[in-house]
Design a protein. Sequence first.
Length: 356
Amino acid sequence: MTKVWFSPLNPNFDISQIQEKVLSLYNAAGFQKIFKAKEYTAIKIHFGEKNNTGHIKPQWIKPLINVIKKSGCKPFLTDTNTLYRGQRFNSIDHLMQAYEHGFSIENLGVPVIIADGLLSKNFSEVPVKGKHFKSVKIANDILHSHSFVVLSHMTGHILTGLGAAIKNLAMGSAPRSGKQVQHTDIKPEVNPEKCQACGLCITWCPKEAIDLYDGVARIELDKCYGCAECIATCRYQAINHSFSNASIPLQEKMAEYALGAVKDKKGKVCYFNFLTHISKECDCMGKAQDKLIQDIGILASYDPVAIDQASIDLLNEKAGNDILSQLWPENDYNVQISHAEKIGLGTREYELVYVE
Ligand code: SF4
Ligand code: SF4
């Protein structure tokens, strides 16, 4: 059975407590064997969209970075550019956003590299044996790294119900074109009775697929590539995705991208899931979001499937119900976990090991 190490957090944890927990998990899991002198190490993290407050904080991971550096490897923090038009849409704005949230070389002693390059063209095709894909597009600076640390903040998600390690790997390792092909089944639909013609969705749509017609937003589906930015942006809940099954192929495709991201890194990847400030939507939301529940703790594993399954189980145990399914009844998060297991990314069977 795969081990997942878990360290619970006090409700009002301070920075030193969370730093110590991360290091205790690193030591308990024996992650030091992953890192070798002179090898390149990608540390995947979401820097948080502008005005987002729930993301993993740079101070929390500083001692982790220091201990990884002791191996003599060359670590860097990384992410890829987004499909939607926010502060992480191109490498320049993305880097500025990372620095604004404190992910700087001065604070952490390692550089930030946006893995898919300035225009998101820096990627290679990686063969996979999937239901949807024969190959997936993976950002080169992640692909060319020898080892990989995947730091995921667990949240709910507007299209997939759950965002944790599998989603972080899948979307976070893909260039924009790779994100686009994962989203192609999502088709947004406007409810004319709810639309207030405010035009905000028009401003945010990266494909200029929306206009106003007769006082109602209208979407040209031929232009739309399903990024869901309009769904997330509308304050009146006037846009939804048009059929409930759209989440299923998206999540299956995510699992196949996640597989491609780590395919050549057997024994060279470690995962941390942060069950802190768990919110209804992900850190791509450019706003502060409420916590759904008290902070739970941090998990570590060599297996992205096991760590996500354990994260969900701990959340549900703490909440006393399947909280993300209730929030996103049309997006069954089990799809990503079970498809990932089916294609060989990992296992849902795990042993939880408590670490102080
Ligand atoms: S953001 Fe919502 S309310 Fe505003 S125009 Fe778009 S669909 Fe209508
Ligand atoms: S219309 Fe399509 S491309 Fe435009 S924001 Fe909505 S989902 Fe994205």
